[in-house]
Design a binder for this molecule. Structure first.
Ligand code: ADP
Ligand code: MG
Length: 152
């Protein structure tokens, strides 16, 4: 079966809702490994909007913004089905040759209670688990975004 699917959203709210629904699926999954998503695509393509919806879908009440000053932010979550931590990682600032080693990503990705979303994942490519869900965001119009999902 084709392992890729494409969604077209026509408002930021729809992109958030895609994140929201996916989070509910992620929270009720079998807990064999961490659930890791690599969010690729240009600046302004909707990655952070998606993460905001995703966090809301995990019941996280904190406002989720681009972790501009902090490469990584951790949010505890608890749903009916599961509890754990959601990590929002943004490698954008590392483009000028930063180092991800200090984040301890291995430990995060090895704990099945964790869920992680990584913006600008190219830099972390070698560190991501094999079963990372790949999402790619493209601007397709003023309010239109083309979002592809690809399983490993
Ligand atoms: P990124 O994290 O990929 O850089 P953001 O989520 O921060 O992008 O920003 C996306 C911008 O595009 C926001 O200003 C948002 O309001 C706007 N936008 C317009 N239409 C959409 C859409 N369909 N989905 C997501 N964002 C959209
Ligand atoms: Mg962003």
């Amino acid at each position: 079966m084709d392992k890729k699917i494409i969604y077209i959203t026509t408002s930021p709210g729809q992109t958030k809702k895609l994140g929201f629904l996916l989070a509910q699926a992620a929270a009720s999954r079998g807990n064999a490994t961490a659930f890791v998503m690599a969010l690729g695509g240009d600046l302004g393509a909707g990655k952070t909007r998606f993460v905001q919806g995703f966090a809301a879908g995990l019941g996280i009440k904190d406002a989720v913004a681009s972790p501009t000053f902090s490469i990584m932010k951790r949010y505890g979550f608890k749903t009916k089905e599961s509890a754990g931590a959601f990590y929002h990682i943004d490698c954008y600032r590392l483009r000028s040759g930063g180092d991800l080693a200090f984040l301890g990503l291995d430990g995060i990705f090895n704990d099945p209670a964790n869920i992680a979303a990584i913006e600008w994942p190219e830099l972390a490519a070698g560190l991501l688990p094999k079963n990372t869900l790949r999402l790619n965001f493209e601007v397709a119009g003023k309010n239109k975004r083309r979002i592809s999902l690809k399983a490993a």
